[in-house]
Design a protein around this ligand. Sequence first.
Ligand code: FES
Length: 104
Amino acid sequence: MAHWIEACAVDDVDEEDVIRFDHGGRTFAIFHAPDGRFYATDGLCTHEKVHLADGLVMDHVIECPKHNGRFDYRTGAAKGAPVCVNLATYPVKVEAGTVFIGLD
Ligand code: FES
């Protein structure tokens, strides 16, 4: 069962944007989708470990700032070269204006 961790306030992330969230020696990326939903993935690109929060969000895709690799942040799916390893994703819930991510 997931252990819910407070990540940020809803207002901390504009729609179609991403922020970095660090917890317990790990780093995550928190996304605010155009439909208002929030998503969470590992923060580091699976290609060369650059932080994705420095990248560009377009619709439901995050583009890595280093080599422009792309992932669907809803599923973590890598969208083609140079990235071939999917991102880990985490459950998210929003309560009273706060975004929580679920960790094992
Ligand atoms: S480090 Fe992300 S695509 Fe290369």
